[in-house]
Design a protein around this ligand. Structure first.
Ligand code: FES
Length: 290
């Protein structure tokens, strides 16, 4: 799989000062779980609003004046252009400040950065999405992209899990995908509650039970480190070659543009060389990290 060329995106990046953000307005805030919110936003500049494009899998730096910035994926699909979305877990100074914002607030946005999911490589293949918790965010960008171009892809399986029912993100997407007869979705939680009637079990175990075929297939995986660590061996056991497994590593990024060195793993910089990689590209050093 070739790393996607994003040179045509450069026009959206600030010229001169590479850290200069565009101003965006928060248009809607969705409480996904007690600790996760999704933000719908649009650029203040109308021309930018019209012209801005990105690819599923890319990320951006979101900022609040006087607080700081953080890299997060663009979680909406480029096929749906009326607004953009990102999801944030309130775990740091910037993300907690984002959680305190209201509709109408201004934030900074610089990007898009990084490579993206290789749509050409995925075309004509069976797709197996494996996600956990808030890490469904980058996958949902691609899943909606696939749905909006459904005739280009073969079977679509989505296996998604969270620790408990209240930790399931994007429930409105899960409901929509349940109703979509062209998609096979399996939702699971590690531990249910009194009202949970769905499946219980860890994502890698459920993946093994569902046993998607590796024939003409690609698995796209994103989740917490513990899920990733146990999912790769299951995929290999099912017969997926390292070249048939794609993941996105939004790990330890800071500057987003290859300058700070914070995202270095093995011989790669996640922000500059990724965040999307095949398992073949990262397997030699990923076990030390996950
Ligand atoms: S995030 Fe700074 S070098 Fe990658």
């Amino acid at each position: 799989m070739a790393i996607t060329d994003i040179s045509h995106r450069r026009k959206f990046l600030a010229q001169g000062n590479v850290y200069l953000p565009h101003i965006a307005i928060i248009e809607k805030i969705i409480d996904e779980t007690p600790g996760v919110k999704t933000f719908h936003f649009n650029f203040k500049d109308e021309e930018l609003r019209e012209e801005f494009t990105f690819d599923s899998g890319q990320f951006a730096e979101y900022s609040i004046l006087g607080i700081g910035e953080a890299p997060l994926c663009i979680s909406s699909s480029p096929t749906r252009r009326d607004h953009l979305e990102f999801a944030a877990q309130g775990v740091g100074r910037l993300t907690n400040a984002l959680h305190r914002l209201s509709v109408g607030a201004e934030i900074g946005f610089r990007g898009p950065y990084g490579n993206s999911f290789p749509l050409d490589f995925l075309e004509g293949k069976n797709l197996v999405f494996v996600g956990g918790g808030i890490a469904l965010a980058p996958l949902r960008s691609l899943i909606w992209n696939v749905i909006d171009n459904r005739d280009k892809y073969k079977n679509v399986d989505v296996i998604y899990g969270a620790r408990s029912p209240i930790d399931l993100c994007f429930k409105y997407d899960l409901d929509a995908w349940e109703k979509d007869e062209t998609i096979n979705i399996v939702t699971t939680v590690d531990r249910g509650n009194e009202s949970w009637t769905g499946r219980e079990g860890f994502v890698p175990q459920v993946l093994e039970q569902v046993a998607s075929s590796p024939d003409n297939a690609v698995a796209i995986v994103c989740g917490p480190p513990i899920m990733i660590r146990f999912t790769f061996p299951v995929l290999e056991k099912l017969g997926f070659a390292p070249e048939q497994i794609i993941t996105t590593l939004e790990k330890r990024m800071k500057c987003g543009i290859g300058k700070c060195g914070r995202c270095n793993i093995g011989n790669i910089y996640v922000c500059r060389d990724g965040p999307v990689f095949t398992h073949a590209q990262i397997k030699d050093f990923i076990s030390r990290e996950y």
